[in-house]
Design a protein around this ligand. Sequence first.
Ligand SMILES: [Mn+2]
Length: 344
Amino acid sequence: MVQGMRFVIGNLREASEENLLFAKQLGASGITLNTPLLAGRGSFGSGPIGTTYWVRGDEEVPKRWDFFELLQTRKRIEDYGLALEAIENVPIWFYDKIMLGLPGRDEQIDNYCATIRAVGKAGIPILGYHFMPTRVWRTSKTTRIRGNATCSAFDYDLVRDAPPMFEREYTEDDMWSNYEYFIKAVLPVAEEAGVRLALHPDDPPVPSLGGVARVFRNLEGFKRAMEIGDSPNHGLDFCMGTWAESGVENMKAALQHFGSIDKILYIHFRNVIGSVPKFRECFIDEGDVDTLSILVTLKNMNFTGFLIDDHVPQVVNDTEWGHRSRAYATGYISALIHAAKQLG
Ligand SMILES: [Mn+2]
């Protein structure tokens, strides 16, 4: 199915009726799921996804996702007239040993390959992933912005000397070696399964956090990632926010480079104010990125992927997921796409 540039609703944990109706009502053509609540034990039936037990630390915690649940999830979404465009991120415990090069990583790789095969067989075209064993860092989650909304912010100076998160420190060489071991094992499986893997940048894009080097923080790192993992089934989950955290010009250079070689599979479309060592998140209409010009650039590149909102500020009386704020960001993105199609 070839479609033009479009927006979908992202960051959903489950394909609940409320979520799917919300996406449909905002005019989205589809959704993405992020770290969905899948049982991963071959459940053949009963009930919508997300109602299955899920106890972290319990022996029932799954190690992979299975075909039937993924298939039922896709069909459920399509029954609401929406496409399941991608799943972003397996749970971190599916591949923590892979990222850290620990004993047991081969078992995790086998399971990751099984997940890729299941995703492909279920007809889901993209699996997004990141390679951050220390995950996303922010030094404030309650920064006050416009109208007393809150957002997150980051100041590298406060965490440069943060204690290591693991028993040892991991250098850039360590992380490259762990990454190479992983991507070379899983990409052939993705090719066979007809699944495209999309790499999200390290957020925030700083050299190291918690004793672990962050190698996917700039153009050089991403070029190297795409060389090591050289395959038509490998590309970018282009997080505009994260790239802009390293400076708007760096973001534009990466967009130009990877957009022109058709490596951008989809976009996390958010804005940011400031850049490392210090930045804060913001409403989509107030950041450093000229968002309309980015849409025009994408249009002129004949970008045919999709855009989703990403982190959004917490506004008054919103839900924890942020329905109000996400509706605002998504409506803004929808209008930008419409405007860019008229311009350029
Ligand atoms: Mn992102």
